[in-house]
Design a protein around this ligand. Structure first.
Ligand SMILES: [Zn+2]
Length: 76
């Protein structure tokens, strides 16, 4: 797992812009991997870099965070 989720918010914004995942209103164009809800930069808890430059995000919903952490654990 890369340390992208540890980036500062400003770096996160820059990163998302570079990936064209942020529109001019600073709205994130990708949805939470688990609940499929639109997220803002503030709500992103984790970013999951995948294959083919696909980035997935996990929102601040505790259910989604739990799910993400549990998935990570079972994979290890
Ligand atoms: Zn979610």
């Amino acid at each position: 797992m890369k340390d992208i989720n540890l980036m500062l918010d400003t770096d996160l914004v820059k990163f998302l812009k570079r990936k064209k995942l942020l529109n001019s209103k600073n709205e994130v164009l990708i949805k939470c991997k688990y609940c499929d809800t639109s997220v803002t930069v503030d709500q992103i808890q984790f970013m999951i870099p995948g294959d083919n430059n696909i980035i997935q995000v996990v929102c601040s919903n505790p259910i989604c965070i739990n799910e993400f952490l549990n998935v990570g654990r079972t994979k290890c």
